[in-house]
Design a protein around this ligand. Structure first.
Ligand SMILES: Nc1ncnc2c1ncn2[C@@H]1O[C@H](COP(=O)(O)OP(=O)(O)OP(=O)(O)O)[C@@H](O)[C@H]1O
Ligand SMILES: [Mg+2]
Length: 175
């Protein structure tokens, strides 16, 4: 089964995935696949980031991982042909702090915090058509996030049903 582990930058995808790798799971970072040069990219000069052709990425991932059990990690993973999507969430005010610690500009922090507040990735994930689960990582240390991912993988769905995370109390304060 191919599983996408996605979420706004800074929600802790790579940290949790690394723990799962140590627990024996097959884990692939989308950024590593992109860096391998098998997928076309275009430099977005304004944002200083690489635009990835997700259809081509999907083909490459399909060829490499078809029939395997793997966790595909990254904020583009929910655009791929996967069986299950796990979205990591983080309260916007807490996420802002995590992103500032990275040295990101106010603009970049603001853009991502707004996206988290407005459920952008969750909505995109639901549009994929695959089953979607979401985990609120705000008060969970990384090991507990990894445990929650394992629970979802083991079939626990109700506790992590898409739509149970709600940042509207914070978001309403932005206006
Ligand atoms: N569960 C957690 N609790 C608190 N801090 C965390 C947690 N998980 C990760 N962090 C911290 O948050 C920051 C972002 O983590 P990480 O790099 O894993 O995020 P990411 O979702 O992979 O981001 P990106 O999309 O940019 O790759 C790091 O500084 C990390 O140490
Ligand atoms: Mg990461």
């Amino acid at each position: 089964m191919l599983v996408a582990l996605t979420g706004t930058p800074g929600t802790g995808k790579s940290t949790a995935a690394e723990l799962l790798r140590h627990r024996g799971r097959e884990v692939r970072e989308i950024s590593d696949i992109v860096r391998s040069g098998k997928v076309s990219t275009v430099l977005d000069e304004e944002r200083g980031s690489l635009e990835v052709d997700t259809e081509e990425l999907d083909e490459v991932v399909g060829k490499e991982l078809e029939g395997r059990d793997a966790l595909l990690v990254g904020h583009l993973s929910h655009f791929l042909s996967v069986d299950l999507i796990i979205v990591l969430r983080c309260r916007p005010s807490v996420l802002a702090e995590r992103l500032r610690v990275r040295g990101w500009s106010d603009d970049k922090v603001g853009e991502n915090v707004e996206a988290e507040g407005c459920d952008v990735i969750l909505v995109e994930a639901v549009e994929n058509g695959a089953e979607v689960a979401e985990i609120d990582t705000t008060d969970l240390p990384a090991e507990r996030v990894a445990d929650a991912i394992e629970e979802v993988l083991a079939g626990e769905r109700e506790k992590y049903a898409a739509g149970h995370v709600d940042w509207s109390d914070e978001v309403m304060g932005w206006f």
